[in-house]
Design a protein around this ligand. Structure first.
Ligand code: NDP
Length: 275
């Protein structure tokens, strides 16, 4: 069994550095996919209300027979449910669909700066944390300006952001380091697109005898980032976790970092309005 290292969040909770993302997996296929991931050794699962597959995730968790304390489950508040009372209600719905008593990490999915309700939404997450219904709370797609405005008593444990070799996110990573926020990369493989075919990455794959996806995941891990690659393909689910028996040297890490071109595969958090 592969032993996935943990990172320690700012409240002492430990989170596996590699998790399994289930975006775009239909609910009916999610149970089988998450079961494959759990069998491969993943213990952290990343879902969201808007993915509409929390019940599929929950079924796989229940059927696995794994002790709850060995699992790390993240879900996210839907954009349409921002606001104090609506966030509390949405959390109840999510936890019901997951079939859990608590989640390990609950995130505000997007800041939606034009809606401007993320500050009161954060207060709802603080309440869930105070009530022991979540082990950690965090945000996703927050820019430094949004993080600065959050206020409250709790610093987010995690900011889950788009991050891959074509989008290095230096500014946010520096902000996170200064404020004890863990950086978690979504679309760590840039959705399996262009970067995996980049000549520099395929050359490194050849050099290390690994796949381009494994090279990219190693780059993330050696920069202390949490990753949640998604695959619906069993062999890739396993491949994406088989990244703890080699490491990239400093020159190759730098080479990967130099591929940055500010290229997003998802929306810009400063302008995305959740629609
Ligand atoms: P990823 O970067 O994880 O890429 C997924 C794509 O890459 C799929 O098409 C998959 O194909 C392919 N792929 C996976 N592994 C390999 C491999 N080893 N070799 C070649 N291709 C591969 O993109 P996602 O956008 O899914 O991001 C990962 C997770 O991040 C999501 O599932 C979700 O949990 C989270 N996320 C969060 C967001 C947020 O706003 N907070 C936004 C987007 C994602 P196939 O499935 O066919 O194998």
């Amino acid at each position: 069994m592969i032993n996935v290292p943990d990172v320690t969040l700012n409240n002492g909770v430990k989170m596996p550095q590699v998790g399994y993302g289930v975006f775009q997996i239909p609910d009916g296929e999610t149970t089988a996919a998450v079961t494959t991931a759990l069998e491969a050794g993943y213990r952290s699962i990343d879902t969201a209300a808007v993915y509409r597959n929390e019940s599929g995730v929950g079924r796989a968790l229940a059927r696995s027979g794994l002790p709850r304390e060995e699992l790390f489950v993240t879900t996210k508040l839907a954009n349409s449910e921002q606001g104090y009372e609506s966030a509390l209600r949405a959390f109840d719905t999510s936890i019901g669909l997951l079939g859990l008593d608590y989640v390990d990490l609950y995130l505000i999915h997007w800041p939606l700066p034009r809606l401007d309700r993320y500050v009161e939404t954060w207060q709802a997450l603080e309440k869930l944390y105070a009530d022991g219904r979540v082990r950690a709370i965090g945000v996703s797609n927050f820019q430094p300006s949004h993080l600065e405005r959050l206020g409250g008593d709790i610093v987010p444990a995690v900011n889950q952001i788009e991050l891959h070799p074509y989008l290095r996110q230096d500014g946010l990573r520096r902000y996170h380091a200064d404020h004890d926020i863990v950086t978690e990369a979504w679309s760590p493989l840039a959705r399996g697109g262009e970067p995996l075919a980049d000549a520099a990455i395929t050359a490194l794959a050849e050099k290390y005898g690994r796949t381009p996806a494994q090279i990219v995941l190693r780059w993330h891990l050696q920069r202390d980032t949490v990753v949640i690659p998604k695959s619906a393909t069993p062999s890739r689910i396993r491949e994406n976790l088989s990244v703890f028996d080699f490491s990239l040297d400093d020159a190759d890490l730098a080479l990967l970092s130099n591929l940055d071109r500010g290229h997003r595969v998802g929306p810009d958090p400063d302008t995305f309005d959740g629609a």
